[in-house]
Ligand binder design. Structure first.
Ligand code: NDP
Length: 268
């Protein structure tokens, strides 16, 4: 019987994770099914428990449940403990294990375009994704990193959990940056963001964690209109999935072909 995997989040319809994992499975000749699961905050825990009780092998967690997934797990990888947010769950000897592959996924893709050493980086958003990418970014010898968030309440929450990292509100951003990363879920929620235009004045390299198959998210379009080089997070999505695949199956799939495959609609 096929091994069962899934991604859980809300919204979830947009997720490309099933296509990516099934592509990796074909490449590595592993027999699996990979589903999408939608949930609400009050059902998250019970749905995760039911999935593993029903012989599910591995779960990816997406917005906005990464912190809930972290709290549910009994065993955490070091990078998951640093993030206090999980995007990959599995069972080992009946204990729920958690990892966070977002950071490694981002670094593998972002460094295809830009070197990180000595750079000033601004991140919009202080949610689960930012928790996952912040420590791996700090290991890249940056000159500085600033996180800017819309709500003051999440500025406080983030600052409490990551005391050494500068987290401010969007209105308090000062200076210019070499790299700007959009880690908000505004695109996912189909909301408009008033990005402070001043921080784009030196035409930083812009990276959007959100993605479309055409590489044209609203943030990417906004940044390009200001003369910046900008890419979306499709490559990161594939790279974080490859790392989760490695955790579950012990095989590291190659990622270039699936990125090209997923980009195909933009070329036609
Ligand atoms: P969370 O729900 O945990 O956090 C959402 C963040 O977005 C919060 O900081 C929130 O700010 C901010 N936000 C939401 N709407 C707006 C808005 N209209 N204006 C300004 N800020 C806003 O989500 P995640 O951190 O898990 O995910 C963030 C994004 O990253 C998602 O789009 C997700 O798809 C993407 N992602 C992509 C990955 C990839 O592999 N490419 C991997 C992981 C995530 P506030 O505190 O004010 O509510």
């Amino acid at each position: 019987m096929s091994q069962r995997f899934a991604v859980i989040g809300n919204p979830i319809d947009h997720s490309l994770s099933p296509i990516i994992h099934q592509y990796f499975a074909k490449q590595t000749q592993i027999d699996l099914v990979y589903e999408k699961m939608s949930t609400e905050a009050s059902y998250f825990k019970s749905q995760v428990s039911n999935f593993f009780d029903d012989n599910g092998k591995g779960l990816n967690i997406t917005s906005p449940f990464k912190q809930n997934a972290y709290e549910m797990a009994a065993i955490h990888s070091e990078r998951c403990t640093q993030a206090r947010a999980a995007n990959t769950l599995w069972l080992k000897e009946n204990q729920l294990c958690a990892d966070n592959t977002d950071g490694i996924g981002l670094i593998r893709d972002l460094t295809r375009y830009v070197s990180l050493s000595g750079k000033r980086v601004l991140i919009f958003g202080a949610g689960g994704a930012t928790r996952g990418i912040i420590h791996p970014l700090l290991e890249e010898n940056l000159a500085d990193v600033v996180i800017a968030n819309r709500s003051l309440v999440n500025v406080f929450e983030f600052s409490k959990a990551f005391v050494d990292i500068k987290c401010i509100t969007m209105q308090d951003i000062e200076g210019d940056f070499d790299i700007i990363i959009n880690a908000t879920s505004a695109n996912l929620l189909e909301e408009f963001i008033a990005f402070p235009a001043l921080c784009f004045s030196k035409q930083p390299f812009c990276y959007d964690l959100s993605y479309t198959q055409q590489n044209q998210t609203p943030f990417v379009q906004y940044a390009r209109a200001l003369g910046c080089l900008a890419v979306d997070g499709l490559g990161m999505l594939v790279e974080q999935a490859a790392e989760a695949f490695f955790i579950w199956h012990g095989i590291r799939p190659s990622t270039h072909q699936i990125i090209d495959f997923l980009r195909k609609p933009s070329k036609s």
